[in-house]
Design a protein around this ligand. Structure first.
Ligand SMILES: [Cu+2]
Length: 221
């Protein structure tokens, strides 16, 4: 059989299994009766960037047992600027869970629905987004960068401010999109160092004088 027909056959077998099989072999799962949110609802993130946590639902039978092999359709139900889900269709796993990756687009609020054919009412999700900050400050204090992990918009600037007295520290980049930004000199007292970040990705850095001092800059578009 062709690859596509084989894929369809696997989906059909999965659907049959949903009504005939279960996880522990003692009580057959019954037909699905409910689809409920199981993860990823009400996240706050940034425009046009995938949410940190996938959006997921659980499909259950009348006894509350998970049902595997059920097709879930994902739809963005708010305005057209509200981004996208990928994939638009997924199948519940052995735990009755199906998920999709979601990006909020250019709207501040997005509504997503998960629908299972033949079941009442979709499971609904609300997600929120803003612009990533264009400038971020990091304090260089007593052997820590604070905050350790930062997020900045592509083209934005991170400024480190030394608040460490007479103990010298530096900002030395260790990984990220090439070429890495210039490193700071060893500095002490009250002083600053700034870098701008164009390339989307995650940069890591540390202080070479105190390698336990680590930090990261995540650049979003
Ligand atoms: Cu240091």
């Amino acid at each position: 059989m062709t690859r596509r027909r084989f894929a369809r056959w696997r989906v059909l077998v999965g659907a049959l299994c949903a009504s005939a099989c279960n996880n522990n072999g003692t009580q057959p799962a019954r037909p699905p009766t409910d689809v409920v949110p199981s993860g990823g609802d009400r996240q706050s993130w940034y425009f046009n960037n995938p949410l940190p946590t996938p959006v997921s639902v659980a499909v259950l039978d009348a006894g509350g047992l998970p049902v595997s092999g059920v097709v879930v359709m994902w739809t963005v139900t708010s305005d057209a600027a509200s981004g996208a889900v990928n994939p638009a269709q997924s199948i519940t796993d052995a735990y009755g869970i199906a998920s999709t990756n979601d990006s909020v687009g250019s709207s501040t609020v997005q509504q997503v629905s998960a629908t299972v054919g033949g079941l009442p009412g979709p499971a609904t999700f609300s997600e929120f987004a803003t612009s990533p900050p264009t400038s971020v400050g990091v304090s260089v204090t007593s052997f820590v960068f604070s905050p350790r992990d930062t997020i900045v918009q592509s083209g934005g600037m991170v400024t480190w401010t030394w608040n460490s007295g007479t103990t010298p520290h530096n900002v030395t980049f260790t990984s990220g999109p090439a070429p890495l930004p210039a490193n700071s000199p060893d500095q002490a007292g009250t002083t600053t160092f700034s870098s701008t970040f164009a390339a989307v990705g995650t940069y890591t850095y540390h202080c070479t004088l105190h390698p336990q001092m680590t930090g990261s800059v995540r650049v979003l578009h």
